[in-house]
Design a binder for this molecule. Structure first.
Ligand SMILES: [Zn+2]
Length: 241
């Protein structure tokens, strides 16, 4: 982690979804929080962005993020984060909040989807966690017209700003893969005034990286044994050297 930081991306923290590729069991999340609070300087997303912008050292910094807006984020993950005093940012697909919509990945995995309510989203904000936009419907922006993509992104930001009465400055794009985003979309997000744009792949953050093109390390069932997670971090930092 010399001269590098990590932004980790969770989705669900839920024992009932043990075979779900985007979930981690509760004890694993607790181990993760214990491990990172001992071995990393866990900072809020704005602090890492400020350090990157100022050209300051980001060594050993770690930022915790969640994507989509699952109910367990509020019910399970937030109390554990608070117990360890860890900041986090939650990226929300706003049209899904308060609904019973089952996305295709949950249908495939046979998982009953539970989204947060708007009251839970507001409560995360009241507890001091950061919120970010993640489109309205969790759309694959690459497959949309520019006007549709703009509506997905701005609609998500507007809904969050209306809900919490604060400016929403952070964005992570749905699906998060290399091929799920492009330079036109990056320009759109920049134009709209977002101060960062996060992927869900790619590895570690290095000095000089642009805030509008930051990579994350996804954490899921694959990393259930957090020695694997530690090894993966070390390996991605070596690969990047
Ligand atoms: Zn997502």
């Amino acid at each position: 982690m010399n001269q590098t930081a990590a932004i980790v991306a969770f989705h669900r923290v839920d024992d009932a979804a043990a075979h779900d590729p985007i979930s981690v069991p509760v004890p694993a999340f607790q181990s993760f929080c214990r491990l990172v609070s001992r071995h990393f300087r866990v900072v809020a997303l704005p602090e890492l962005l400020a350090r990157l912008g100022d050209g300051k050292d980001v060594s050993n910094r770690l930022v915790i993020t969640f994507d989509d807006g699952y109910a367990d984020n509020h019910e399970t993950a937030a109390p554990i984060l608070r117990e360890y005093g860890l900041p986090a940012t939650f990226f929300i697909a706003t049209d899904l909040i308060g609904t019973h919509t089952q996305p295709c990945w949950d249908r495939k995995a046979g998982i009953r989807t539970r989204w947060m309510t708007w009251e839970q989203v507001r409560d995360l904000h009241r507890q001091g966690f950061e919120l970010g936009a993640h489109t309205r419907t969790h759309a694959n922006l690459n497959a949309l017209s520019p006007a549709q993509a703009r509506d997905e992104v701005s609609g998500s930001r507007n809904a969050l700003e209306d809900a919490v009465g604060a400016t929403i400055r952070w964005f992570s794009y749905p699906f998060g893969g290399r091929n799920d985003f492009n330079e036109d979309l990056r320009a759109l997000v920049t134009d709209m005034g977002f101060e960062c744009c996060l992927s869900c792949h790619g590895g570690l953050v290095r000095p000089g990286d642009s805030a509008i093109n930051l990579q994350r390390v996804p954490v899921n069932n694959y990393y259930r044994d957090f020695w694997h997670f530690g090894a993966a971090l070390v390996q991605s930092s070596r690969l990047g050297q």
